[in-house]
Design a protein around this ligand. Structure first.
Ligand SMILES: [Zn+2]
Length: 307
């Protein structure tokens, strides 16, 4: 999937369009449906501290949420859960230059005098494409053209030093040179527009949780553990306890597992566990296979739908 901003709209549907199509098809099932939609491009951009891809794909995700919400509101028996799996990048409005940078417009820049639209958002609107696409468009270009291409695609003015740096990255034998150029462009654009980052990795802060439920009294609210979201969804869908113990182990009179024997089949990614009974170790093994309605107990197929 491309970043929403870089996508060829004649060839690739938006996340919102794909969400609508999935709902159109799945909602015909009389048993109801479960749909998971991921706005995954936000994470990729955040890993490379690239604000354009992050912001525009957040907006594309927001439109997909709107599609889900509109369906739920008219349908009357659908709930929508919106949550990230984690934070990323530690993005902030304001960076280490917020108090020191002088500009032509504001000679003695102070954090308090930052105007979000004028100083942060407006300068970003010069980008026609994401940092990723801009980095890709430099492949095969002569370094004399870097400044022009970056200006046109990303709205960023490069110095001679920047051009040398990009040239070095482009011709290095490093892994993921495009990702590193994307990171370089994103960091420079951020630095100049008072956007701060703390890491290129995932972050551990509390994250957003949005729940729409047609019955307002049954909306999950407050600060919750992420693992409770799955339990809440199972509860609302009346699926009962979907823990591994309930699905697999208890049914065969066993409690949990002692040894995790790892991946047996690297193509189908099956997992094999040696089971125990109470504290006792047994020779029974359970094999979990993804995307099927059965598991294997000592090699024999057992249907998970039978309770
Ligand atoms: Zn990630």
């Amino acid at each position: 999937m491309s970043h929403d901003m870089d996508r060829d709209t004649t060839k690739e549907p938006s996340l919102a369009e794909m969400t609508q199509k999935a709902i159109d098809i799945l909602s015909q099932d009389p048993d109801g449906f479960f749909l998971m939609v991921e706005g995954s491009q936000v994470d990729w951009a955040a890993h490379n501290n690239e604000p354009i891809g992050l912001i525009t794909d957040f907006l594309a995700f927001d439109k997909a949420v709107d599609v889900g919400l509109k369906f739920a509101q008219t349908n009357g028996s659908t709930m929508v859960v919106v949550c990230p799996d984690h934070g990323n990048g530690g993005i902030s409005i304001g960076n280490e230059f917020s108090n020191t940078k002088s500009t032509n417009i504001i000679p003695n820049f102070q954090y308090d005098s930052i105007n979000v639209s004028r100083d942060i958002i407006n300068p970003l609107t010069g980008a026609k494409y994401t940092g990723r696409r801009t980095a890709e468009s430099l492949i095969g270009e002569n370094s004399d053209s870097y400044a022009r291409v970056v200006q046109e695609n990303y709205g960023l003015t490069l110095t001679k030093m920047d051009i040398r740096r990009i040239h070095y990255l482009m011709h290095s034998k490093l892994k993921d040179t495009i990702g590193m150029i994307e990171h370089f462009l994103g960091s420079k654009l951020s630095e100049e527009n008072f956007i701060g980052w703390t890491t290129t990795g995932h972050t551990g802060e509390d994250v957003f949780l949005g729940i729409y439920h047609p019955d307002i009294t049954r909306r999950m609210t407050g600060v919750v553990d992420n693992t409770d979201i799955a339990k809440y969804i199972c509860d609302q869908l009346k699926l009962g306890d979907l823990s591994a113990d309930s699905l697999y182990f208890n049914k065969v009179g066993l409690q949990g597992y002692e040894d995790y024997e790892g991946i047996e089949d690297p193509i189908n990614k099956t997992l094999v566990f040696r089971l125990k009974k109470g504290k006792e170790r047994t020779t029974n093994t359970i094999t979990l296979v993804p995307n099927v309605n059965y598991y294997l107990l000592n090699g024999e197929k057992i249907d998970t739908r039978k309770r």
